[in-house]
Design a protein around this ligand. Sequence first.
Ligand SMILES: [Fe+2]
Length: 387
Amino acid sequence: MPSSAISRDSKEAVTFRGEGALSRLDVVLPKYKNILLFNDANGFQPCGAADYFQQVETELKGRIRIQYVPYEGKALPIEDIEAKYREVKSNTDVDVIIAVGGGTIIDLVKIISIAYSNNCEKAEEVLTDKELKNRLDLIFIPTTAGTGSEATSFAVVYKDKIKFSVDNQSLLPDTIVLDPLLLKSLPVPVLNSTVLDALAQGIESTWAKGATNESREYSKQAISLILDNIDKENSLNRLEKLQLASHFAGKAINISKTTLPHSISYPMTSHFDVPHGIAVFLTLPKVAELNYYTNEHTLQPGVQLSDIKESFSLLFSFFQVDTIDQLVEKLHEVIVKLKFKTRLRDYGIKRKDLSFLAAHALTKGRSDNNPRNVDSNTILKILEEIY
Ligand SMILES: [Fe+2]
């Protein structure tokens, strides 16, 4: 286990970007001896990263050791994290953890890095002890264009199907690789659902109670890159732009955090397996309307009506529309364009499940970051409208 306590707060990651950026790790990897490499079991080989790391091992033979840890789950239950933690716990003196995959793999690494750094008996301790910090070097290599988790200090985990968020500055990585070649083998529906997540994150970040000028600048970049590329034929250039959009959306929510659509999405994903990006986007148009029509009685404490007005005037300009109806129409067009269905019943959710979903949809730190104050009755109404 690592012994030195290094302060890792407020550090800036080195980011390698563009086609072939993965090979720029050639200059980084030789400084490590013992590597844990968590990867998406289904995507690691097809995306080309497996070959790259095998080649590195051959070239640095005897000087570097890599333990590969594949994972194929979608949402991240704590039991799965415990199982993966047990696989790596006895590997002593690890000096870096690499994540190659989507948000789930990166979030898995975030939890395990803290557990490993503190020699925790169980990874679950990370969910309750806020004092624990990561002390390992981290390299994040996203292979989707969605969560932007490589740019955030938090991880989403489920315990008994309830969402937990671990938020710790020590989880920001040392190195990020944004290589569009890694996205080439991604199945189109997976790519599209991750794009929905990135777009939702950009939109929610714009109206979030926690928004700042800086986060809104990142949101603007993310939304513009997605809207400019959504209709284009898939190409390396398009993938590069979508990957960058996802990264900017991650940077935006790292400052502002997400809001109500994310909050409502968590029980949809944990109980009904709705992919994260789709689950978030299903309620997004309705929440946009709801937030737009906020009055002084429904404002979230700490938010002014002028803040909401300002955030919608920004969103209208990003989407090049003049009214809330046009914005909602555009959001519907996006989900249809990406070939997803728009009603809850299309995803195996029954009418009798709606009150259960509404009762589990208020997540601390997310629903109370929404500019409009909402209760579970309001959420139930939204769910009924999109059922
Ligand atoms: Fe998300």
